[in-house]
Structure formats: C-alpha cells, structure tokens
Design a protein around this ligand. Structure first.
Ligand code: SF4
Length: 163
C-alpha cells in the first residue's frame, strides 16, 4: 500500500520525532511503567515503511554483511574506487552515506595464519576441560569488523605477543 501523494500524513512528524532515538533501550529499563521506546519505534517504522518507500541507504546498510565479503575479494580495487571524489559525492547524493571505510587487504585469519588458535575446531574447544576453557578468550567477528575495523591489527599484535 502506498500513501497518496499530497495527502497530509501525521506519521511523517512522528517519524521525524523518533529519528533522534538511538534504540539504546536505556529508557525502557528506567521507565516505571516499562514503556519500551525502541520496540514501539520499530513497530511504527515497520508500519511506516509498509506505506512509504525506504531510502536506498537502508538497503545498502541492510545488505552490507552480504556485500562486504564479495568486495573483500578485490579490496585494493574497491579501496581505490571508494577513495574517488566522484564516488563519494555520488554516494552522498544518491544513498546519503559519506566517509566509506577502507577494506583490509588481508583478514585477521590471514594475518594469524599458522597461529595455534586457528587450528582448534568448535568440537575440540568444547571437549576441553572447563578450567582450560576459562583461560581462553573467544573473539567472534562479524563481516564488518573482519573487513573494515582497524582494531584487529592491534588485537593480532596482542595475540601474537601473548601466545
Ligand atoms: S531508547 Fe530511549 S533512552 Fe535510548 S535514545 Fe531512544 S528514547 Fe532515548
């Protein structure tokens, strides 16, 4: 269903008022009557976008976990393209996104190649005694932190220096 153009719709103002909410849920834990702003905000936005088209940036961000691994197959080429002024201008004007992050040339797994931590499978980890497992630090990466976060270089250095 699409809203008729030119027709006044109060839901635009509601959406604008809710745009400042970060969905941090701080209010829902503090509220004495347990009003959950992020929950009703999510329900409102689902209703709103059943009537109006979503911005392109929503689709870009929603699919970033699918597209990043594909982009990471050619990181140098994508980094070169993402640095181009006309791509940044186009990205800002068309999808409303700026400052595209650069992709890592090699993943954390590639940088840690040969490290003992990579040779353990999940069943092997699960079979370890509780006491041994309690000394492990598990790092679960998502495609974004794997491909564009700068933190994993520091983590890789720390891991190598701490065995
Ligand atoms: S979830 Fe609540 S506290 Fe957090 S930004 Fe939204 S309204 Fe504010």
């Amino acid at each position: 269903m699409r809203a008729k153009s030119g027709q006044y719709d109060f839901s635009h103002e509601v959406k604008e008022a809710m745009a400042g909410c970060l969905a941090c849920k701080a209010c829902s834990t503090q509220c004495p009557v347990k009003i959950d702003v992020p929950l009703f905000r999510a329900k409102f936005l689902a209703f709103y976008y059943s009537r109006y088209l979503r911005p392109i940036s929503d689709y870009v961000v929603a699919n970033i976990e699918l597209t990043l691994p594909l982009m990471a197959k050619q990181p140098r080429w994508f980094n070169f393209m993402l640095r181009q002024g006309w791509i940044q201008t186009l990205g800002h004007k068309v999808i409303g996104l700026t400052d595209f992050p650069q992709l890592y040339i090699s993943s954390l797994q590639q940088q840690l190649a040969g490290h003992a931590a990579l040779s353990l499978s999940l069943p092997q980890l699960e079979s370890l005694p509780e006491e041994t497992r309690s000394q492990f630090v598990f790092v679960v990466q998502d495609p974004f932190t794997t491909r564009v976060s700068h933190r994993h270089i520091k983590f890789q250095k720390w891991l190598k220096s701490n065995g």
